[in-house]
Write a protein that binds this ligand. Structure first.
Ligand code: UFG
Length: 321
């Protein structure tokens, strides 16, 4: 079976394309390389260099495809506040064009990369799929809009869809062609920043006055390999006319200080850090309820925080050589 991976030159998409090929799927990748990297492209996959916003390109990328895993889109919270129009266009309009093209080609299976940012500030922890969705930024709002789009497309046009709402994706994958890892510019994510910290450029801890045990923010980290396993399991669970929404995390929270401790164990020295102001829009605690992922997909995460930090560290070392 051939799967189209949109955003396959990005961090998560490249791990998906690689693992799909390793498991015997045929893969096409559609990516405009606006934030992706050619060196992350999977050997053996068919690459289409183009945008979700160009319908003719999307139609040609769908050639011979049976299912789509849709990662392509913009994913920076801060940028989405500054330039919301890009998020509405790429994430929402891009997906609308993709669904239109899929309809024309008679392709009715999609797994979508949604986010915990659709929930906003949670009223209670852990967050279930039935928790209130009240995003606090245009990034989360644009992903929530796509979730609604998929629900209506499933009802009206018999699409089989699953939205996977990621919490904090971390770690790296060592493919035969090299490490597939996070390489955002600018890098905003905690784990790569912790590992890059030096005494000249210490990690900024965004707030040490949160209502948590050690006063730093708590997040639910999930290894990118576990995350992709869930996508592949989701491909087998797609049913015409149904749209499911499923959280993906570990179901456990770690504070910024606990992440720094895990990094210290990996690198063998203290992580240089300074306390900075809280970052606008950060909630104190985000932890997923992952019971639906377990019961519906039969999925459980198997790699803990220490593995995520260690893999990211190894991948950073390899790319610095
Ligand atoms: N943090 C720091 N210093 C840094 C970077 C992060 O203290 O240099 C803290 C943040 O304040 C936060 C935690 O580390 O408490 C994790 O921050 P990340 O930026 O790594 O991740 P977020 O939780 O902000 O964001 C993640 C995804 C987003 C998604 C969001 C949904 O990366 O795409 O979860 O909840 F929108």
């Amino acid at each position: 079976m051939r799967v189209l991976v949109t955003g396959g030159a990005g961090y998560i998409g490249s791990v998906a394309a690689t693992i799909l090929i390793e498991r015997g799927y045929e893969v096409s990748i559609l990516d405009d390389l606006s934030t992706g990297h050619t060196e992350l492209l999977t050997p053996g996959a068919k690459f289409i260099n183009g945008s979700l916003l160009e319908k003719a390109t999307v139609l040609s990328a769908l050639e011979g495809v049976e299912a789509v895993i849709h990662f392509g889109g913009k994913s920076l919270v801060g940028e989405s506040v500054q330039k919301p129009e890009i998020y509405w266009n790429t994430n929402v309009n891009g997906t609308r064009i993709l669904l239109e093209a899929m309809r024309e080609k008679g392709i009715s299976k999609i797994v979508f990369s949604s986010t915990a940012a659709t929930y906003g500030q949670p009223k209670s922890i852990p967050i279930t799929e039935d928790s209130q969705t009240k995003p606090t930024n245009p990034y989360g709002a644009s992903k929530l809009a796509v979730d609604y789009m998929l629900t209506s497309e499933a009802i009206a046009h018999n699409l089989g869809a699953i939205s996977l709402r990621y919490f904090n994706v971390a770690g790296a994958y060592q493919a035969k062609s090299g490490w597939l890892t996070e390489n955002h510019n600018p890098e905003t994510h905690l784990i790569p920043n912790v590992l890059k910290a030096t005494s000249d450029n210490p990690l900024k801890i965004f707030g040490a006055d949160w209502p948590t045990e050690d006063k730093t923010c708590i997040r639910d980290y999930v290894h990118v390999i576990d995350l992709i396993d869930a996508h592949i399991m989701a491909l087998d669970k797609l049913e015409p006319g149904k749209h499911e929404i499923i959280n993906l995390g570990c179901g456990t929270g770690y504070s910024v200080k606990q992440v720094m401790d895990a990094a210290k164990a990996a690198v063998g020295h203290q992580i240089p850090s300074v306390i900075a102001d809280r970052r606008a829009g950060d909630p104190a605690v985000l932890i997923a309820d992952i019971s639906k992922a377990k019961s519906f997909l039969g999925w459980s995460p198997t790699r803990d925080l220490q593995v995520m930090v260690f893999d990211t560290w190894q991948s950073q070392n390899a790319s610095n050589k």
